[in-house]
Design a protein around this ligand. Structure first.
Ligand SMILES: C[S@@+](CC[C@H](N)C(=O)[O-])C[C@H]1O[C@@H](n2cnc3c(N)ncnc32)[C@H](O)[C@@H]1O
Length: 288
């Protein structure tokens, strides 16, 4: 569980200094407000709500809505219940959660890339089945720039995470930079991360963050090759290093294919960040 690595309060603060998360949080809130305004007693479910970082904002955005947050992380849910009153929090795997009645809006932020690829279409179908006929799924997440192969996806990963890490370092947020460096290693499926890997990412991110701006990815490829060659074969014994959160970030095209396979229609997308050359936080609206 994520809370094995990071405390809820620290997590909430770090997300607030991420390069694009606050802007996409705002877009999600605006979409929910616009959708709920014409519904008498809207029901809103946030899946993968974590410690309720945006759940309170969603509830304030649509004060007449009944809001439920769902997450399987025990400590995050306990923190959300303690800090946010008047909102129902359910500790459950989203796949086994069934809401009490039809839902007008499902929301997720930063959740989709944690769902294992083998389960992703089933998860989207499961969520789609909750929605009223006019209901929407507002899905915010980090997306990579377009890629054509797994090798290219990994190179895009290095460019995107380097951009986020370099921004965190410029803002003097070393903890966020370190957590993002670990997440990059998880996304590259480097089973046993080491301090040396993290240092390598932190050292090279700035030059990589300059390079993609001119459409070049040579240094990103170089860093990927260096990390690949260094793969540790043994766990470090430090759970904050060894635990992977199973991040696997994809591009818009792969996501749209998943959503459509699950029966959704993509109604709109807003992007925050350099989507074409590097990546973005994107907010999709999916309709039944
Ligand atoms: C990156 S966090 C995002 C939390 C919150 N939405 C936010 O924006 O800060 C992803 C969350 O999804 C939760 N999660 C991932 N897969 C899940 C699943 N199958 N069922 C329930 N929660 C899940 C994790 O526990 C974690 O809290």
């Amino acid at each position: 569980m994520y809370s094995d690595i990071i405390d809820a309060q620290i997590y909430n603060r770090l997300m607030g200094v991420h390069a694009y998360i606050p802007a996409s949080d705002g877009a999600i809130a605006a979409l929910i407000r616009a959708h709920c305004v014409s519904v008498a007693s809207p029901r809103v479910v946030e899946v993968g709500c974590g410690p309720g970082r945006i759940t309170g904002m969603l509830a304030r955005t649509a004060p007449h809505a009944q809001v439920t947050g769902v997450d399987y992380d025990t400590r995050f849910v306990a923190y959300a219940r303690k800090t946010l009153h008047g909102i129902e929090f359910v500790q459950s795997d989203v796949m086994s959660f069934v809401p009490e009645g039809p839902v007008d809006v499902v929301v997720s932020q930063g959740f989709h890339h944690h769902v294992p690829k083998a389960q992703v279409v089933a998860m989207l179908k499961h969520i789609r089945a909750w929605l009223t006929p006019g209901g929407i799924y507002v899905l915010g997440d980090e997306f990579l720039a377009h890629y054509g192969s797994e090798a290219e996806r990994r190179m895009r990963c290095v460019a995107w995470y380097s951009h986020i890490i370099a921004h965190a370092l410029r803002k003097n947020e070393p903890l966020l930079a370190r957590e993002e460096a670990k997440t990059l290693l998880d996304d590259l499926q480097i089973a046993h991360k080491s301090e040396e890997d993290i240092t390598l990412v932190l050292t090279r991110c700035e030059e990589i963050d300059q390079e993609w701006r001119v459409g070049s990815y040579t240094m990103a490829q170089e860093l990927h090759a260096q990390l690949d060659a260094r793969r540790e074969r043994h766990a470090s014994g430090d759970h904050t290093l060894d635990l992977s959160r199973g991040d696997y970030k994809i591009d818009h095209a792969h996501f749209i294919a998943e959503a459509e396979e699950a029966g959704f229609r993509v109604a709109s997308v807003q992007t925050f960040g350099p989507q074409l050359l590097c990546g973005s936080m994107s907010v999709f609206v999916l309709r039944k």
